[in-house]
Design a protein around this ligand. Structure first.
Ligand code: HEM
Length: 514
């Protein structure tokens, strides 16, 4: 017994000493960058915990106010150094955006924060094969497969939402949205009937969570112990085997047909599996590689889309004064352009409401983390030493009064109005498409999807799906918050990012209002 206690105490002392020494040697290399929060080993540890569990944007907003256009450092559990260097201002953002990946690396930043070597497999660090497929055929499928998307979301809403003419409470909106989004997205990713298979969907939904929780455990594990702890917390191998069992026959059959008929082969079903096979080099056209690429797309898509959907639904339920104008726009666009990608793109008020929800209550706290592979010095003299991670003060920018008037107020038609103003000022005529202020457009004042060469390739897919679901909800349901609340419940902070409150509820009834 005494031996066990001694071993425990010795491990705790070793663990503490390891982190103490590391903290001091690591911090000394970025002493030239001012700190927001504490510089002290123990107090800064408290800062990390606070940022993870409470208002993680508080420190970022404070840093942005104090060091706007320059840099500050902040404690984070998501880098091996335990620090982020956070920058802002046009010049620094432009330099960050354009610097080569050999110097500041996106993939290495992601690999570190998600500990992908163990949690999602070494492939996610080295292969980028899914990006052209997402940018190309998957995004184009919004034009050709919109009716499938709509069919699935209607079916999923019928399955998961209350079906009553009286107000009925939906107890956990977010959990429900994960099911709706997983099914709807997988109608395009793997098609029917698999997109409705409960076991397949459970694997896709659960896998992302296991990556996030696994990375969390590994970030606190000393490097030399990771090969031991990694396999204990990772579910990637077992999940891949289970998903392979669902996809194997399809992949083998399509690969066989493809090999026989070359590029011209006729397919019964166009989906992500086929596009991944098409895009793969001959040596990586195997069941395991294609399966893990389909899983990586699910990983990138399901929880991000459902988090956005939940935030915007909570805003919609709180702000019922917007419903009439939104319904009018949706009905007008659908009667002119039908249920299509085109009609959702033309719903500028809906897009504005969605973008404002993401600005005010979305998850973007930091933007575009990049790990320095070699020392990098900005033109203002601030150096990011090799091994350190630099990122953008996204939540600070989203709350900057010089960029967004009355930034703390929710203005559902803020971006619609900005577009109208821009249009009135344009000599060559109004920008009827309103693309400049749309949620998918990238610019240094809008960080939901990053910026530069790694900006989210799935944003058009994600937002079209969210808009299509919102159209269906607004046209077919009335929704409100419990007690007719007019503010959504405050967000919940996990892993330094904001998410909607896990148990948040919305009341639904079949649409009564005209
Ligand atoms: C509303 C939902 C989504 C949000 C908020 C979101 C956000 C982001 C952000 C912030 C980045 C990093 C950009 C950067 O650092 O510059 C990113 C990258 C990425 N996203 Fe998304 N995303 C969403 C949906 C999706 C979907 C649906 C897919 C796939 C269909 C996807 C696939 C990816 C991929 C593959 C990358 C990495 C790009 C690269 O390696 O160059 N995302 N996303």
């Amino acid at each position: 017994m005494a031996t066990a206690t001694q071993a425990l105490v010795a491990s705790a002392v070793l663990f503490f000493a390891y982190h103490w020494f590391r903290f001091h040697s690591v911090r000394s290399k970025i002493d030239h960058v001012p700190t927001v929060g504490s510089d002290n080993f123990l107090l800064s540890f408290v800062d990390v915990c606070k940022a993870m569990l409470f208002a993680g944007d508080k420190a970022v907003k404070e840093g942005y106010r104090k060091y706007r256009g320059s840099a500050f450092k902040i404690r984070t559990p998501y880098t091996s150094t335990g620090w982020y260097v956070v920058v802002s201002g046009e010049q620094m953002i432009e330099e960050l955006r354009t610097v080569s990946s050999d110097v500041l690396s996106f993939l290495e930043g992601v690999a570190e924060s998600l500990q992908t070597e163990y949690t999602s497999g070494p492939q996610s660090r080295t292969s980028h094969a899914q990006v052209p497929v997402i940018r190309g055929p998957l995004t184009r499928s919004l034009m050709t497969h919109f009716s499938d998307l709509k069919d699935e979301l209607v079916n999923a809403c019928d399955t998961f939402l209350p079906d009553s003419s009286d107000w009925e409470v939906l107890p956990s909106v977010h959990e429900t949205n994960v099911h709706i989004v997983c099914r709807t997205s997988n109608r395009i990713f793997v098609g029917l009937p698999l997109c409705r298979d409960p076991e397949f969907l459970k694997l896709q939904e659960g896998w992302t969570i296991s990556v996030v929780l696994g990375s969390f455990a590994l970030l606190w594990t000393p490097d030399f112990l990771k090969p031991v702890v990694g396999p204990l917390v990772s579910r990637v191998k077992s999940t891949t085997r289970k998903v392979e069992a669902f996809l194997r026959e399809t992949i083998l059959e399509r690969t066989r047909i493809g090999a026989k008929n070359g590029a011209e082969w006729e397919r019964n079903q166009e989906d992500l599996i086929s596009w991944m096979i098409d895009a793969a080099s001959p040596e990586s056209r195997d069941v395991e590689t294609i399966t893990s690429r389909v899983m990586l797309v699910n990983f990138a898509a399901i929880h991000t889309i459902s988090l956005v959907l939940t935030s915007v639904m909570l805003e919609l339920a709180a702000r019922r004064e917007y419903h009439e104008a939104l319904r009018e726009e949706i009905e007008e666009m659908i009667s002119t352009y039908g249920w299509s990608k085109e009609s959702t793109s033309r719903m500028l008020k809906l897009d504005s409401f969605l973008k404002e929800s993401i600005r005010v209550s979305g998850m973007a706290n930091f933007g575009s983390p990049r790990k320095a592979m070699k020392d990098f010095t900005f033109s203002n003299g601030i150096t990011i030493p090799a091994g350190y991670t630099v990122t953008i003060a996204a939540s600070g920018i989203h709350a900057d009064p010089e960029i967004y008037e009355d930034p703390m107020d929710f203005k559902g038609f803020r971006f619609y109005d900005m577009n109208q103003k821009d249009a009135a000022n344009q000599e060559e005529g109004p920008d009827m498409e309103g693309t400049r202020n749309q949620s998918t457009s990238l610019d240094p004042t809008w960080w939901a999807f990053g910026h530069g060469r790694h900006a989210c390739p799935g944003r058009s897919f994600a937002l079209t799906e969210v808009k299509a679901i919102l159209c269906h909800l607004l046209l077919n349901y009335d929704l409100k918050l419990p007690n007719d609340a007019t503010e959504p419940p405050p967000g919940f902070w996990f892993a330094g990012q904001r998410a909607p409150q896990p148990g948040a509820k919305i009341l639904f009834r079949k649409r009564m209002t005209a």
